[in-house]
Write a protein that binds this ligand. Structure first.
Ligand code: NAD
Ligand code: ZN
Ligand code: ZN
Length: 344
């Protein structure tokens, strides 16, 4: 079969590999769609040794069951499924509570992270990773598993502060951020302020329910303070889907006293909790900072329910498998709006 693999650090190429077979407890899926996540770019850019090579990337997968291994119950050929990407150890305190995204065995296993993923015609996954999606379009189902699940989990973590009338600043309206705006719209009554460098991303945010948009630049903090009010007022919650130094500096300077910053993006910035000397200013008192990771299987089921109910819709740009490297280059340039989805 055809697969797009990271054959060496930083090298993504299409190769021919044997079609895998499902072992005990596993399912062979025919991949229907796989989302191109910005994390794949971080994986490609990571130093040698952090991720195994060669590996088929792609951790945002939906497909159709093609074969089942020994001992698998509840799944038959033809069933359509979304794939929960984390493979926790199953035994630690977190896994036992269903919080595989907090598994104590690190690094936690993942499809397309520690074993072959979905950028291929077929992928083998543990049957326990599958959730039914019914007759949903698979190019819609795939983005739910990460671009939908990760912001949904972050919103769940902030739920206590996301009261009617509060304000949530969403930074980075890409694959994850455009789903975050819809999740906030569907599940809260907060005022949503979207921030992005790209005008096209801000247009998408407005169409999806953001109440205000701010184009990021040298004056982001001033523009946000003008709409949120100066400190100690500000954003009750900041969801940062970039995580670069400029966005973390923005988050720190616009969060309200007692607010909550959720740092989802992995762009490598730092967020000082206490200032070194007087620069930068400290986080306001009572501020919480969290570093969410992906989500739980139960939350993915809720995300699928939101989508099946018509309240969550990925804005997708599709590419055939052979154009996956071009899709990632476009993502790197900032030329993808919503989610790039590869259809093998
Ligand atoms: P994306 O490329 O689709 O979207 C990023 C968006 O941020 C784009 O719209 C871009 O224009 C905007 N942006 C870039 N720099 C900006 C800046 N300085 N100010 C404002 N906006 C800016 O990426 P994605 O797939 O949505 O992923 C977002 C981040 O989240 C990545 O770092 C990814 O690795 C990370 N991620 C984390 C988790 C987790 O569990 N913590 C899960 C998935 C993805
Ligand atoms: Zn991802
Ligand atoms: Zn565990």
């Amino acid at each position: 079969m055809r697969a797009v693999r990271m054959t060496a650090p930083g090298v993504l190429e299409q190769v021919e590999v044997p079609t895998p077979t499902a072992g005990p407890g596993e399912v062979l899926l025919r991949v229907g769609a796989v989302g191109a996540c910005h994390s794949d770019l971080h994986i490609l850019d990571a130093p040698a040794g952090l991720f195994p090579t060669p590996i088929t990337l792609g951790h945002e997968i939906a497909g159709t069951v093609d074969g089942v291994g020994a001992g698998v119950a509840g799944w038959s050929p033809g069933d359509r499924a979304a794939v929960y990407g984390i493979i926790g150890c199953g035994h630690c305190r977190a896994c036992l509570r269903g919080l595989e995204n907090q598994c104590r065995v690190v690094p936690v296993g993942g499809i397309g992270l520690s074993r072959d993923g979905g950028l291929a015609e077929h992928v083998v996954v543990p049957a326990s990773r599958l959730l039914h999606v019914g007759d949903m379009d698979l190019t819609q189902a795939a983005p739910l598993t990460d671009a939908g699940l990760t912001p949904y989990h972050a919103v769940e973590l902030a739920r206590e502060r996301l009261r009617p009338g509060t304000t949530c600043v969403v930074i980075g309206i890409g694959g994850l951020g455009h789903m975050a705006v819809q999740i906030l719209t569907a599940t809260t009554a907060v005022r949503i302020v979207a921030v992005d460098t790209s005008v096209a991303a801000l247009d998408l945010a407005s169409r999806l329910g953001a109440h205000e948009v701010v184009q990021a630049g040298p004056d982001t903090v001033e523009k946000l303070r003008a709409t949120l009010g100066p400190p100690p007022d500000g954003a009750d919650v900041v969801l940062d889907f970039v995580g670069a130094q400029p966005t973390l500096d923005t988050a720190r300077q616009v969060i309200a006293t007692g607010g909550q910053v959720l740092l989802v993006g992995l762009a490598g910035g730092t967020l000082p909790v206490r200032p070194v000397a007087d620069e930068p200013p400290p986080l306001p008192l009572e501020t919480s900072v969290q570093v969410p990771f992906w989500g739980t299987r139960a939350e993915l089921q809720e995300v699928i329910a939101l989508a099946r109910g018509g309240q969550l819709h990925a804005d997708v740009q599709t590419f055939p498998l052979e154009q996956a490297p071009e899709a990632y280059e476009a993502l790197r340039r900032g030329d993808i709006h919503g989610r790039a989805v590869i259809v093998p």
